[in-house]
Design a protein around this ligand. Structure first.
Ligand code: PMP
Length: 393
């Protein structure tokens, strides 16, 4: 079958960066126990009370076509949550409910970019970003957030790349680095977006996972509400990854066109899932904090273990469920190190290179296993780096 260039080239060719993960899964399938610190999936499942709400809504009959933009009650609840967290006046007309953050990322780029437009994103990046941009016919282009800047974007490089670009995608708290963008970084980004007339797509799916400092939504900065599309999701905040529910928040005219796109693609999100999401949001910050708590604890475990050694440098892991570790003292690439660690120690991590060149020589550790196992895995990992670094010296 002759397929479109766009779909055939979605990933841009080359390795998809998931080799270590697949190898770990194959080892497990063959019976070898592996400690998996790879993907961003909670080890605690969706709260049973949310599942009861989902079941109850389905039993009560919310199983037909649901309202395409999202149910009025859920749009209102999301808008109220965003207004409460950011202070920016937000109504249901500013919200469309999407099938998770990923569908939101795709739709937002569809709204922002025409065929051939340059769409910027920051390296290191969440693995789907370049493919999502290609999926709408735009041309992905990275701007570095280098390790030696604590993985904050290089604003000089951004200002240069922004000339003639249509959109910029950012993600804070960040996957893969765990870094939160500072106010100075976000103000710099906002100025560049305004100077160069770029749309900002702000992926804030980790906004409830803030361990240190504050999360600032760039939509709240002066002059930005009119040019920002915020991507939100219940996946991380409420451990609802499989329910596929999130949203885009933006100017009404953008949301109206996105509703038309939704009518022609997903036709909305199942009504009983929307009702469950509404129930979850109505539980307020207490439930969000309970879902975030295991990562907060493991982040403290990481800080303790890292403080007791001086071979591995860590990125400032102020948010999200990841820690990015610099293993360059071993003389290995992140990928070579991750394969060796898997073979020798049966611990699986993601190579930094899977998330772009700015994270080369690093590994991403997902804090997604039980506290005791996590502590053991991380201390073994750190001891392993120390041994490898000794051999390399
Ligand atoms: N953005 C980032 C930065 C992510 O890490 C993820 C999921 N890992 C997503 C978006 C998409 O999440 P979902 O579609 O489940 O909301």
């Amino acid at each position: 079958m002759k397929l479109s260039h766009r779909i055939s080239n979605l990933t841009g060719g080359g390795s998809d960066g998931w080799g270590v993960f697949y190898r770990a899964r194959a080892m497990k399938a063959a019976g070898t126990p592996v400690l998996e610190l790879t993907i961003g999936e909670h080890d605690v499942l969706t709260d049973p009370a949310i599942l009861d709400a989902l079941h109850g809504a389905a039993k009560a009959g919310h199983t037909g076509y649901a309202s395409v933009p999202g149910t009025p009650a859920l749009r209102r609840a999301v808008a109220a949550r965003i207004e409460a967290r950011t202070g920016v006046p937000t109504g249901p007309e500013n919200i469309i409910i999407t099938a998770g953050g990923q569908a939101g990322l795709f739709a937002a780029h569809h709204a922002a970019c025409d065929e051939g437009d340059r769409a910027l994103y920051i390296d290191p990046y969440y693995a789907t970003y370049p493919g999502t941009i290609r999926a709408v016919g735009a041309v992905p282009e990275v701007v570095a957030a280098p390790a030696d800047r604590g993985f904050q974007p290089d604003l000089v490089a951004l200002a240069k790349a922004a000339k003639g670009a249509r959109s910029l995608l950012i993600n804070s708290p960040n996957n893969p680095t765990g870094v939160i963008y500072s106010r100075a970084t976000l103000e710099g980004i906002a100025k560049i977006c305004q100077d160069e007339d770029m749309l900002l797509i702000s992926d804030e799916v980790y906004d409830t996972q803030v361990w240190e400092g504050e999360h600032i939504s760039p939509r709240a900065l002066p002059g930005m509400a009119d040019r920002t599309l915020v991507i939100g999701s219940m996946s991380k905040s409420h451990a609802m990854t499989g329910s596929r529910i999130g949203w885009i928040c933006g100017p009404k005219e953008a949301i109206d066109t996105l509703i038309t796109l939704s009518t022609h693609t997903t036709y909305g999100v199942p009504g009983y899932i929307q009702d469950a999401a509404l129930f979850a949001l109505e539980q307020g910050p207490a439930l969000e904090e309970a879902v975030a708590a295991p990562f907060r604890r493991r982040r403290a475990i990481s800080q303790d273990l890292l403080a007791g050694q001086n071979v591995v440098q860590a990125a400032p892991a102020d948010g999200a469920m990841y820690t990015m570790l610099d293993i360059r003292a071993t003389g290995l690439s992140g990928e070579a190190f991750a394969y060796k660690l898997l073979e020798d120690e049966h611990i699986a991590v993601m190579p930094g290179e899977s998330f772009g060149q700015s994270a080369a020589g690093h590994i991403r550790v997902a804090m997604t296993i039980a506290d005791d196992d996590y502590a053991k895995a991380l201390s073994r990992l750190l001891a392993y780096v120390a041994r490898m670094a000794d051999q390399a010296a």
